[in-house]
Design a protein around this ligand. Structure first.
Ligand code: ADQ
Length: 460
């Protein structure tokens, strides 16, 4: 059990505002995401979460949720646009994902990013008791470690990057690269999803800042910053419990029946984001239909795409493109009452997701670049029956752990088509052997192990 108080600093607080039946405003814990990952370490000595509550204008006063004190950081409309949609999601997000979309740089976005990062640092400094551990999350807040250290040198400061961290060749495009690196190096420990991120930060510290680097440490003034890989995971036992329940099993059967009991169901579940390779996946499936290697109604694809960042131009364009493509495929290859692609553009609860996972014969996860990809891990955890096959992009962080998946390069259309067919035609014994091996690995590398490993390293 942790003895020091903990302050988690993340762009978003784990709460959603809802209107109750009597019309009053209420705050509920938001499902999924980071809060699920951190739940096991949130207990113990006092914990505070610093983040934005959603909405613009003054920060609301929030009740504690599950014993965690909530401190809201306000954002104005303009800041939301320039810091969140702008610098975080139109500059850093595409650049860090191999620039699969063109990153946009604007000086006024950078100003807003600095202002908001200063505000988060001040809120964390105020919330943290003496000697507390502060764990800062993700690319939105890269300046906070150094800003916070200036305000509160007594704190133990950790940073974890959930998305990929790019090689110097890409990172060096950023006009404010040195400031961003110095911001990160305010932490005692900088964590990444895998060794690629670690290696890239070490090289950047050397090349851009001229610092001395040895092993996994960077000498920064009179301090040593440690850097490490901590692959994030999911709450395996909780998802297994859900997936095993009779209701979910029944629901999975019902889903298959609703789809017309096809021989094979393929499934994609993604946030609607251009890094997830949804278009590449649809194209491969369309060609398989055109070649006659896959036929409706024997095989169908279910694509679940949760709307995301809908005010950002790239995201609106992507949604339009995906919808046009799905419409085109259904017009060409669907039958009356049996579309080739069942497209669902909304969010589901964990039970429904687990039932979808259990109903799917082939899970298709094909990001062009992804820090980890929890959907792949969720599919494996949900397959308590050892059924199903996973087709997984080499460019997802999860590929280095889920080695028995059918790995694909989503840019290689022919390769992807062949692998999809192999996964559809997999020998059930071989598929079960692969699934068992992945499940064994996942069970010992769940989210509790992740959080414990990171915090132990930070306190060391
Ligand atoms: P994301 O890019 O959001 O996360 P991912 O890891 O796949 O991507 O997580 C998505 C989550 O959303 C999953 O838990 C999934 O179940 C859920 N989800 C997807 N579709 C849903 C739907 N229709 N309804 C409800 N829930 C849905 C970032 C990085 C990733 C990294 C995570 C965690 O981009 O690479 O794995 O952070 O570090």
């Amino acid at each position: 059990m942790r003895e020091q108080p903990l302050v988690v600093v993340a762009n978003r607080l784990p709460v959603d505002e809802t209107i109750s039946e009597t019309g009053t405003r209420e705050w509920r814990r938001s499902p999924g995401g980071l809060v699920t990952a951190l739940r096991p370490v949130l207990g113990g000595a006092g914990t505070t979460w610093v983040g934005w509550a959603g909405g613009t204008g003054p920060a609301p006063e929030l009740p504690a949720i599950d014993g965690v004190t909530m401190r809201a950081v306000p954002l104005s409309d303009l800041e939301f646009e320039q810091y969140y949609e702008g610098f975080a999601n139109a500059t850093l997000w595409p650049l860090y994902h191999d620039a699969v979309e063109q990153p946009v740089f604007h000086r006024r976005w950078w100003e807003a990013y600095q202002t908001v990062n200063r505000r988060f640092a001040a809120a964390a400094a105020q919330a943290a008791p003496p000697g507390a551990i502060v764990w800062i999350q993700d690319y939105h807040l890269q300046l906070v470690p150094a800003l916070l250290r200036e305000l509160r040198p007594d704190l133990r400061i950790g940073f974890f990057m959930h998305i990929p961290f790019p090689p110097p060749e890409l990172f060096k495009q950023l006009p404010r690269r040195a400031e961003l690196l110095r911001g990160l190096l305010g932490a005692d420990l900088v964590g990444f999803q895998n060794s690629g991120g670690v290696h890239n930060l070490l090289r950047l510290a050397e090349r851009v800042l001229g610092l001395r680097v040895r092993h996994q440490e960077i000498e920064s003034g009179d301090r040593v910053v440690r850097v490490g890989a901590f692959p994030i995971s999911i709450d395996v036992a909780a998802l297994e419990g859900i997936a095993m329940s009779p209701q979910v099993e029944l629901r999975a059967e019902q889903i298959r029946a609703d789809l017309g009991n096809p021989q094979r169901i393929m499934l994609g579940v993604d946030r609607l984001d251009y890094t997830k390779g949804i278009e590449h996946r649809l194209k491969a499936y369309r060609e398989l239909l055109a070649d006659g290697r896959v036929k409706v109604p024997d095989t169908v694809l279910v694509q679940v795409a949760v709307p995301s960042r809908e005010r950002v131009g790239h995201y609106r364009l992507l949604r339009d493109k995906v919808e046009r493509e799905v419409g085109g495929m259904n017009g060409e290859y669907g039958r009356l009452g049996v579309p080739a692609v069942h497209y669902l553009n909304r969010s589901f609860d964990q039970e429904e997701l687990a039932a979808l996972y259990r109903a799917a014969d082939v899970m298709v996860v094909t990001p062009l670049r992804d820090g980890m990809n929890l959907v792949a891990k969720e599919y494996v955890a949900a397959r308590v029956d050892h059924g199903g096959t996973l087709v997984l992009s080499e460019f997802a962080g999860a590929a280095s752990e889920l080695r028995q998946a059918y790995l694909v390069n989503p840019h290689d259309l022919d390769g992807m088509k062949d692998t999809l067919v192999r996964a559809l035609d997999a020998d059930p014994l071989d598929a079960a052997r692969r699934m068992r091996a992945m499940r064994r690995n996942l069970r010992t590398h769940d989210v509790h192990a992740w959080a414990r490993a990171y915090l132990a390293a930070l306190q060391n």
